[in-house]
Design a protein. Structure first.
Length: 302
């Protein structure tokens, strides 16, 4: 008995890295899986059929899976990935929007093509893959589906040299909050993962800082993300909705989301003098809130 017995899932970008761990874990938990991957380089160039290897691995372990080589960044690709699930398994319950690329550059050097490529795979990719699923949920009145999206501290906290990626990842958190409301009527939960794991996407950055990382180690590798995603995809997680779950370095945590921390109300138009007095108080309230959140969020041993 697995926690995903009888479910059908799509995991985009699951030919390697975090996605592969999710696809194999889902299959081990009883889901039938569409292993989607375009097989591109980290910068989004090239193509290869790596999804086949993951499908073979799942089948060898007794699970059910099919490969999909469609591009998440196009509307046609998103529809084809969805259709693969319907044609192969007759239904769809879970969508994990995990595919991703990087084109790190400061804004000074960032060309339009770098901006467009990253926004297309991450932010538009979430739209392209989620829309056919959302339409299907509404048309078939399918209850209790799951959507799990992939954000990043790069967008949620901000990171030097990643304005394209950070904008997309922050946008994905906003997209998830809205879709959670729109699909709430169908008891479909929409949650966001903020992962941290040693994959080809991050190993070069660690090595650049002189750190050696072992992706097979629980606290560093991509495998640590998969059980958390499987939990969110399960029936058990029916009341976890519109949350951002941070999974990194052996910790699982819940993130704070935008909220007004302190505010002042005026009856007439703001004067510059009032703002000079109030703005430092607001900034100070934010600092105190951050310090409190940091203290409260420190990982507890289990
Ligand atoms: N590794 C981390 O620490 C980390 C941190 C924050 C966010 N993330 C996010 O987690 C997700 C997985 O990252 P990863 O580290 O496993 O990366 P990865 O490079 O190992 O895997 C990403 C996969 O996505 C596929 N892909 C890329 N573009 C595609 C497209 N257009 N259509 C279909 N497939 C496509 C690639 O071929 C690749 O196999 C990404 O969304 C990434 O931005 C990762």
């Amino acid at each position: 008995m697995g926690v995903l017995d009888g479910k059908v899932a799509i995991v985009t970008g699951s030919g390697r890295g975090i996605g592969k761990e999710i696809a194999t874990t889902f299959a081990a938990e009883g889901a039938k899986v569409v292993v989607n991957d375009l097989g591109v380089n980290t910068d989004g160039t090239g193509e290869s059929q790596i999804a086949d290897e993951v499908v073979s691995e799942i089948r060898a372990a007794g699970g059910e899976a099919v490969a999909s080589y469609d591009n998440v960044a196009t509307v046609e690709g998103g529809k084809a990935i969805f259709q693969k699930a319907i044609d192969s398994f007759g239904a769809l319950d879970i969508l994990v929007n995990n595919a991703g690329i990087l084109r790190d550059k400061t804004l000074f050097k960032m060309e339009e093509s770098d901006w467009d490529a990253v926004i297309a795979v991450h932010l538009k990719g979430h739209y392209c893959c989620t829309r056919p699923f959302a339409q299907y949920i509404r048309e078939t009145n399918r209850m209790g589906c799951r959507i799990i999206n992939f954000s990043s501290v790069s967008g949620l906290f901000g990171n030097f040299g990643q304005s394209n990626y950070g904008a997309a990842k922050s946008g994905i958190a906003g997209f998830s909050r809205v879709i959670a409301r729109e699909l709430g009527k169908y008891r479909c939960t929409v949650n966001t993962i903020s992962p941290g794991a040693a994959t080809r996407m991050t190993i070069p950055l660690s090595e650049g800082r002189g750190q050696t990382v072992d992706p097979t180690e629980f606290k560093r590798g991509p495998a640590q993300i998969a059980p958390v995603v499987a939990y969110l995809a399960s029936d058990e997680a029916k009341d976890v909705n519109a949350q951002i779950i941070h999974v990194s370095r052996g910790t699982v945590g819940i993130m704070q989301q935008p909220a007004v921390i302190r505010s002042f109300k005026a009856e007439d138009m703001w004067t510059q003098d009032q703002l000079s007095e109030l703005m430092p108080k607001l900034v100070e309230a934010k600092k105190q809130n951050e310090a409190r959140a940091k203290e409260d969020g420190a990982a507890e041993a289990i």
